[in-house]
Design a protein around this ligand. Sequence first.
Ligand code: CA
Length: 230
Amino acid sequence: MTATVLIVEDEPAIRQMLGFALVAEGYSFLEAGDVEAAFQVLKSCTPDLILLDWMLPGLSGLDLARRLKRDPETAAIPIIMLTAKGAEADKVRGLDSGADDFVTKPFSTRELLARVRAVMRRVQQPENNELFEVGPLSVDLRSNRVTCQGHGIDLSPTEFRLLKFFVSNPERVYTRSQLLDSVWGADTYIEERTVDVHIRRLRKLFEPYHCDVYIQTVRGVGYRFSSRID
Ligand code: CA
């Protein structure tokens, strides 16, 4: 079945360019020029992914993302936000509002499609996978065993929980506060730089086996676990 992408973008030229690229990749698409139009489209169909421009006339892309994530009917639809260059604070707010990922304008079609494919892959993955293998890294959630190139890696319980969260939610950017909520628990009061400390430790353990490259820093925003290395 063809996956459908809803493009919410007020500039017709960008909508057209995105639509063209998506069709060439085998996706079908729907389009909306603002938040109201997007709601009209969502009444009659559920897209597999939404490409959402942040800057829209009237309600912003952030408003739309928040509303969609609050509604159980639409909460599961992944969202990739299109944001302005350098607006790191916006990216953090976008991710905290429930967006899965973002692409910075101006973007290349190649970059955008790579992120679309990554999100689609993640969404289509079976939920209760218990063995994750990424290159030479293997994480077995049944035995809590982590190996790199066949060498066992000793992790602290927190490091293991963090890695487990990453491998279970690959190809998606998380802010430090989202990682704290998901790995440490929403009701713990820990400083955000604790996340950095644990990330550094994980990377150091993985470095001798070249597995540290999968834990990627998204500058000014947070971290992403990705098998794509560029
Ligand atoms: Ca715009």
